[in-house]
Structures are given as structure tokens and as C-alpha cells.
Design a protein around this ligand. Structure first.
Ligand SMILES: Nc1ncnc2c1ncn2[C@@H]1O[C@H](COP(=O)(O)OP(=O)(O)OP(=O)(O)O)[C@@H](O)[C@H]1O
Ligand SMILES: [Mg+2]
Length: 400
């Protein structure tokens, strides 16, 4: 049984892949070659036993041939996940995704990085053999990835700031496994907050072939240098009318089967699209400003969603732009909301600049009072967070 296939002339790379896959179930079949055969049959006919799951097109293969080979494998054997070993640049990434490559791995990647990429590819292959449904089995991806809705009833409280920083922060621990979706369909600003000029938007992603094939859908995503993907809001606000709640539901089902984290930035309020997100969200990050309308809005939002039974399982309350001078205390706010605040982000001088530059704080690492809270937010989504003692966080929340 060979679950993994590697083609490359580079024997040193083979050694790394062998070490990386050693602890995993299944074996590695190595083809030492500097060229690719005309079709996958030539490779597959030499294997016996269980069908392969992950094909690694290793270093030093001609890139054009590798991409062509990937397209054919993707078409004929969609259940096989393909990894391409190549230096990452926007053009190669786009071409690779269009050829059905699941992930790019750097030629310099160490064995841990290779193992993580092969594991993810293996999970995706398992998911695809069962159709588009979520990956079954044990572990955090058992029902597909986490869908994290960043929400607030009121506008301008920092949803986009938190969503972009969260996505970038998660991308540091789970590269290529995070997608940020801008569901502020009329006035979305994820693209500007991440300095992206998307070629395609959500309007393309909810129509045509993309709805049937996750690989086509991936070609409509925009790559960000922090190793995350983005699905940006329509260029024209009018396009919102063409996007229904059902479109959003289907889109999220597709994305969670491909990504470990789907971070959704939303429009203020509880409109049709936000409710569609909440039906599937595993987590809601509630963003609350330090003013009475914002705090009351959160309380009413909680009441409505509890009645509709649409409260996501995991709740994270962020008090943003915290400032002692507002005359409100943390205790007042928690009493009004009826729940403890999990994270306090102080009013910051740097955040407005970072929004205007299009570089999230967690990307450029500038020193800032808000940095600690942003890191705490990201930590809450790391796989072993639940296991850690964290109750004290509530007690430590202080407004400065
Ligand atoms: N803690 C903070 N301190 C200072 N400024 C902040 C803070 N958080 C966010 N901002 C700034 O507030 C402005 C509004 O933030 P943002 O766009 O993230 O809010 P939003 O909730 O997404 O707004 P909308 O509802 O319009 O989508 C931005 O300029 C951002 O830089
Ligand atoms: Mg916003």
C-alpha cells in the first residue's frame, strides 16, 4: 500500500519526505526521475494495494510539465491531493491552484513542514473521496474546519480590524489553511485592509462551476503574503442583491471542507447573510465598542439569537477601543451584556494607521498596546487552547 507518491530527481528531498511520512499510516513510493510521464497511468500502474492519496511533485521537475501533469491527475483522479514543491510567488501560486494543486511546499521546507502539508493533503483526499462533505474521522477537522464569524450589531467597532488580524495571526500557525471571507457585501473593506486587489470576488465564487468544485472555487480566492487566502466582497454594492443566504451556506460548506479556519467578516447587524453564517459558525467573535449603544446592541443580539437558537457553540467577547475616560467600567459592561468579556483591546494609536496602510498589526509586528489582546484572540483558536488553564483571563481583563 502506497498512500504517498513522490516524483523528483533529488534523492536528498526524498530522504526528507521519507522521514516526514514515517510516523504516518501508509508507505511512500518514490520515482526518481527528472521528467514526468505523459499521463498518471504510467505512475499508478506501478503501484499496488490501496489507491494513493497524496502525490508530491518534488523539486527540480520542469514547472510547466509539473502543472500540466497536475491538471491531468486532478481531472482523472480528483480524489488524489497534489502537492507541488516550488518557490512561492503569486504567479506560481495562482497557476498551481488552477491546475488543481492543493498546496505549495518550499524546496527548503523541513520535515515538520512537509509532514504538516502531507497530513493536510491526506485529510482533503479523504474528504474528496466522500464527495464534498466534511472530512469524517477524529480530531479538530472532524466536521471540517472552524467557521469564525466576527460580528457586532453596530458598525465601526473594529470587526474588520479584528477579522484581518485574526486571519493573519492564524496563518502564522496554519499557513495556507486559513481563508478570510468578506461578507460585508456592500461596503466590505477586507481587500483594502489587506492591501489586496482581487481579480475575482464572492460574486464569482457563488456562481457557475465554483459551486460544484472546490478546486475551481479556490481559483477565485486571492493569495495574501501572510500565507492566507481571501475571498473579497463584490466590487459593486449592487451585486449584493444577487447573493442569497443559500449561496452563503453552500459557500461556507465548501470552504470548511478545504480550510482549517474560515474567518468571516460581517456587515453590522443581523441581516440575511449574517444569519446564514451563524447557522454554520462554530465560533462567534462579538466585538463591542465602549459606548452604551454598542453594549446594548450586543445584549439584544444575544437575546434574539438565543431565541432563534442560532448562537454558535463558542463565544468570544472582545471589548474594543477600551478607554477609562468613557466613564464606563468593565463590570458595568459585563452586567449589561450578561456575560464576561474575554479580551480587552485598548484604544490604540497604531491601529488606524495599520488600517490605512493595509497591513494588519499582527503582520508587521509594530509595538502597540493592542498587540497583546490580538495575540490572545488568535491563541483562543489554537488546537489545544481548551486544554490550557485559561479561566484567569477573565479576571485579568482590565480597562486602561
Ligand atoms: N482598538 C482600536 N483603537 C483605535 N482604533 C481602532 C481600534 N480598533 C479599530 N480601530 C479603527 O477604527 C476604524 C473602524 O474599524 P473597522 O473598520 O475594523 O470597524 P468595523 O466594525 O469593521 O466597521 P464597519 O461596521 O463599518 O464594517 C478603523 O479605522 C480602525 O483602524
Ligand atoms: Mg468592517
Amino acid at each position: 500500500m502506497s498512500r504517498f507518491i513522490l516524483i523528483t530527481p533529488n534523492a536528498e528531498y526524498e530522504r526528507r519526505v521519507r522521514i516526514a511520512t514515517a510516523p504516518m499510516r501508509g508507505t511512500l513510493h518514490y520515482f526518481q526521475a527528472a521528467y514526468l510521464p505523459s499521463g498518471p497511468d504510467e505512475v499508478l500502474s506501478q503501484l499496488s494495494g490501496e489507491p494513493p492519496e497524496v502525490l508530491i511533485l518534488g523539486p527540480e521537475l520542469p514547472i510547466v510539465d509539473a502543472l500540466k501533469f497536475a491538471s491531468i491527475v486532478d481531472l482523472q483522479f480528483p480524489e488524489i491531493s497534489i502537492l507541488l514543491v516550488a518557490e512561492e510567488d503569486p504567479a506560481t501560486t495562482l497557476q498551481s491552484m488552477r491546475s488543481g494543486v492543493r498546496d505549495l511546499v518550499s524546496p527548503d521546507a523541513d520535515t515538520d513542514t512537509i509532514r504538516a502539508a502531507v497530513e493536510r493533503a491526506g485529510l482533503a483526499a479523504a474528504g474528496r473521496r466522500r464527495g464534498l462533505g466534511p472530512t469524517a474521522g477524529e480530531g479538530p477537522m472532524a466536521d471540517g474546519g472552524r467557521i469564525i464569524a466576527v460580528m457586532s450589531p453596530k458598525g465601526g467597532v473594529g470587526k474588520t480590524t479584528l477579522a484581518t488580524n485574526l486571519a493573519v495571526g492564524l496563518g502564522q500557525t496554519a499557513p495556507m489553511s486559513v481563508v478570510i471571507v468578506d461578507l460585508d457585501l456592500q461596503f466590505g473593506d477586507v481587500a483594502s485592509g489587506l492591501l489586496l486587489q482581487p481579480e475575482f470576488t464572492i460574486t464569482d465564487a457563488v456562481a457557475g462551476a465554483a459551486t460544484q468544485d472546490a478546486m475551481v472555487l479556490k481559483t477565485y480566492l486571492t493569495m495574501h503574503p501572510a500565507n492566507i487566502y481571501a475571498l473579497c466582497a463584490p466590487n459593486n454594492p449592487i451585486e449584493m442583491d444577487r447573493i442569497t443566504g443559500e449561496h452563503i451556506s453552500h459557500l461556507l460548506t465548501q470552504l470548511k471542507s478545504e480550510f482549517q479556519y474560515v474567518v468571516v467578516d460581517t456587515a453590522p447587524g443581523l441581516g440575511e447573510h449574517v444569519l446564514a453564517v451563524l447557522e454554520q459558525a462554530t465560533d462567534a467573535v462579538w466585538v463591542c465598542g465602549m459606548d452604551i449603544p454598542s453594549i446594548r446592541g450586543i445584549r439584544t443580539g444575544f437575546q434574539i439569537l438565543s431565541e432563534l437558537e442560532l448562537m454558535p457553540a463558542n463565544r468570544h467577547i472582545v471589548l474594543n477601543m477600551a478607554d477609562k475616560k468613557t466613564g464606563l467600567t468593565l463590570q458595568d459592561i459585563e452586567a449589561t451584556i450578561g456575560a464576561p468579556v474575554d479580551i480587552v483591546l485598548p484604544r490604540s494609536r497604531t491601529l488606524p494607521f495599520s488600517t490605512n496602510k493595509g497591513i494588519p498589526l499582527l503582520q508587521d509586528g509594530s509595538r502597540d498596546a493592542a498587540l497583546k489582546g490580538l495575540r490572545q484572540l488568535v491563541d483562543r483558536f489554537k488546537p489545544n487552547w481548551e486544554a490550557r488553564p485559561h479561566k484567569k483571563l477573565h479576571r485579568r481583563a482590565v480597562v486602561q
